[in-house]
Design a binder for this molecule. Structure first.
Ligand code: BGC
Length: 728
């Protein structure tokens, strides 16, 4: 506890120090700038290898090293290629995916995650860790949903801030990405997003704004897509306008790899540091000619010719030097640590804290006593998952499978494994290893062997879902459909026909269809849990940890129920200029805002998650008047069950008489409270102007209208337990 307080205090000091310009740092930057030649200045604004940019050797300014992010530190690549460098000392702790972290609704876990992964980055010699990703889940098909923090801007904002602060407490920069509107992967380099100002500000920007203004993030990565017909990596309106001017961002805008496409815009449009996949953005013809990057020789020539001004150049350099002062040139950062038992414990705690118990008919979970026989089925019970997903793929020092985790947690039990289905037989990752998990049996035989194994089982646990393979939760490709791959639906139906008490463990970072939901007793959402997958899952299945995760996004029953259904909305319509136009006509109605406004009942609602205990909510009370713009809502919550546990108490606000169309309700607060059996605690929320405001498109600003509001407090967006009206 004491350690935690000290950590919070040091982070608070750190943030306080980033909010104000550090005069000492600015003087040092002035000094360097006064000594740097034009060539040296341009030399620090672009990549010199896949993941590093140059320093100024003459002046003792070191190189800057970046690496992915966000779930651990990516293995070393070749200098000029994404292929593995074949190092043998770069295996790391794989942490749970950011969706899992978001599902914990636990700010302390987010701080722990950031601190822990930041230590690994520091040990690996990295100055910038490329994460967190905070793009909003707009469609369940989006390939990178697993790397992001769900469908709600408030939740994503609240959870990314401590993660960022945790990383940066190590003197390693976080790099919040992808700014902005990267909500799907199909045609990601050539899709122009058409979105209303209101949706932009209410849905897609708040997490980035919080990262900057509350998290004090030191770098931001531009997105691949276009907005208002300009690529986001050098989009003047977004970068110079909103990010730097309106929000006061004083860090570095890094391009996504190959995200710059235009010299003039790169020079003037707010880009500070250019990284690339190939030269000239997407032009694969000429490989790795770093001097041909837009912010290299072309920029230098433009400066020499007087086309570009030195003031802008100096601003870019100042930002890059500031990033260096905060990281590589900071005098007081330590050395970090990697693969420590403490980090594994962190990964396990975050994992078990984010697992969501979706369904628990007849209290099938947790497993009771020492069962004689447990049958584990499904490929995902044995499949390593840290590899995969593209840039966030990791070389994990170890990755405990769910099967091994269960065996270790149940020493007196016969744990029988049958695969039941087969996906891709090989697992690849950066050429450093190829696991062959192929099985010679036919699919009929795999299934009949699985059914034969059920005989005499006390419990049947099927571990299925997606797997970070291409089109199954992976960067660069969206999912092709909403269902489970490899015929899992049919297999689940057949197993459930024999064992209706079966438990389905769903490994995925996005929602999936579950047409068989009523035929199984238990459903657990496993995410991708990293190094400690098996242990974290066994903790929850056996009841060593009482689940307390809640969904950070809605599981719709069918894809047709989603807010995004027409080709105009997704993936967009191809225009004559080879640019796809994607129209966000659903506006602010994303996620639960959509389902609630249309009265569509989801499979599992946003915020849903069960526990092994029960919580009773008392009456919500609002303080009698607004004081200094603030009002307090409080609600007593009692653990009425037999085991201790944590409850995520959620506060939604409904505007009763708005001048504009508003969602039925919106998340504006949450607290995770730990309660012993029989214990009552009071949860308090503070509501301010921000919580009741909407973005006024005419005024181009947020507006708080006076009037009557309702505070709705509950255990999920579809499970409101108490409410109170208030005037603001
Ligand atoms: C991804 C980024 C990643 C970068 C470097 C890009 O393709 O979009 O998220 O950080 O590659 O690997």
């Amino acid at each position: 506890m004491k350690k935690h307080l000290l950590f919070c205090l040091s982070m608070a000091l750190l943030i306080a120090s980033c909010a104000q310009p550090d005069n000492d740092i600015e003087k040092r930057i002035d000094n360097y700038l006064s000594q740097m030649t034009l060539e040296e200045k341009v030399g620090i604004l672009h990549a010199q290898s896949k993941f590093s940019s140059a320093g100024v050797p003459r002046l003792g300014i070191p190189e800057l090293w970046t690496d992915d992010g966000p779930h651990g530190v990516r293995p070393e690549t070749l200098w000029d290629a994404f292929a593995s460098a074949q190092w043998t000392n770069d295996s790391v702790t794989a942490y749970p995916s950011l969706t899992c972290l978001a599902a914990s609704w636990d700010r302390d876990l987010a701080a722990l995650y950031g601190k822990s992964v930041g230590e690994e980055a520091l040990y690996r010699g990295k100055d910038v860790l490329l994460g967190p990703g905070v793009n909003i889940m707009r469609t369940p098909l989006g390939g990178r949903g697993f790397e992001y923090m769900g469908e709600d801007p408030f939740l994503a904002a609240e959870m990314c801030v401590p993660y960022i602060q945790g990383i940066q407490s190590n003197g390693v920069a976080a790099c919040v990405k992808h700014f902005c509107l990267n909500n799907h992967e199909v045609n990601r380099h050539t899709v122009n997003v058409n979105v209303s100002d209101r949706a932009l500000h209410e849905i897609y920007l708040p997490a980035f704004k919080a990262a900057v203004q509350k998290g004090g993030v030191w770098s931001v990565m531009g997105a691949y897509n276009l907005y208002e017909d300009v690529h986001c990596c050098h989009n003047d309106a977004l970068l110079n306008g909103i990010l730097k001017h309106d929000w006061g961002f004083d860090g570095v805008l890094v391009s996504d790899w190959g995200g710059a496409h235009d010299g003039e815009q790169a020079a003037r449009g707010g880009l500070d540091l250019e990284f690339g996949t190939h030269t000239n953005g997407l032009d694969a013809g000429k490989k790795d000619a770093y001097e041909d990057f837009y912010l290299a020789n072309p920029y230098l020539e433009g400066l020499r010719a007087g086309i570009y001004d030195e003031e802008t150049l100096n601003d870019k350099c100042r930002r890059v030097l500031r990033l260096m002062m905060r990281t590589s040139m900071s005098g007081d950062r330590g050395f970090g640590s990697m693969n420590s038992p403490e980090h594994w414990a962190d990964a396990r705690r975050i994992g078990s804290g984010g697992i969501v118990l979706l369904r628990n008919e007849g209290g099938v979970l947790p497993l009771k006593g020492t069962p004689a026989k447990v049958v584990v089925l499904g490929e995902n019970a044995i499949k390593p998952m840290a590899v995969g997903g593209s840039s966030s793929s990791l070389k994990a020092q170890h990755e405990t499978s769910i099967l091994d985790g269960l065996k270790a947690a149940l020493p007196g039990t016969e744990v029988v494994y049958e695969r039941a289905y087969q996906g891709e037989p090989f697992i690849t990752g950066y050429n450093y290893s190829l696991y062959d998990i192929s099985d010679p049996r036919s699919s009929e035989k795999l299934l009949s062997d699985a059914i034969a194994a059920l005989d005499g089982a006390d419990y049947v646990i099927f571990v299925g879902g997606l797997n970070k393979g291409k089109t199954r939760d992976c960067e660069g490709k969206d999912r092709l459909d909403y269902g489970l791959p490899y015929g899992q639906d049919e297999i689940v139906e057949k197993i459930a026909a024999v064992r209706p008490d079966m438990i389905f463990v769903n490994v995925s970072g996005s929602p999936v269809a579950m047409p068989w939901i009523n035929n199984v007793a238990g459903i657990v959402q496993a995410w991708y849990l990293g190094s400690e997958t098996g242990n974290a899952m066994a903790d929850v299945l056996t009841g060593r940890v009482n689940p307390s995760g809640k969904l950070p996004f809605t599981f719709p029953k069918a894809l047709e129920d989603c807010p995004v259904t027409t080709p105009e909305q997704y993936p967009g319509i191809l225009g004559e200029d080879e640019i796809w136009q994607s129209y966000y006509t659903e506006g602010i109605y994303v996620g639960y805002r959509w389902y609630e406004s249309r009265g569509i009942e989801p499979l599992f609602a946003f915020g849903h998650g069960l526990s092994y205990t029960t919580f009773e909510y008392g009456k919500a009370k609002a303080s009698s008047r607004v004081m200094k713009d603030k009002l307090q809502i409080s609600v007593p919550v009692t653990n009425t069950g037999d085991v201790a546990g944590a409850e995520v108490v959620q506060l939604y606000i409904a505007d009763k008489e708005a001048s504009v169309d508003r969602p039925v309700k919106e998340l504006k607060g949450f607290e995770k409270i730990w309660l012993e059996p029989g214990q009552t605690g009071t949860v308090k929320f503070t509501i301010d102007r921000e919580a009741i405001s909407f973005y006024d498109e005419e005024a181009h600003d947020w507006k708080a209208e006076k009037g009557v509001f309702e505070a709705l407090v509950g255990a999920a967006s579809d499970d409101i337990r108490t409410s109170v009206e208030f005037n603001y």
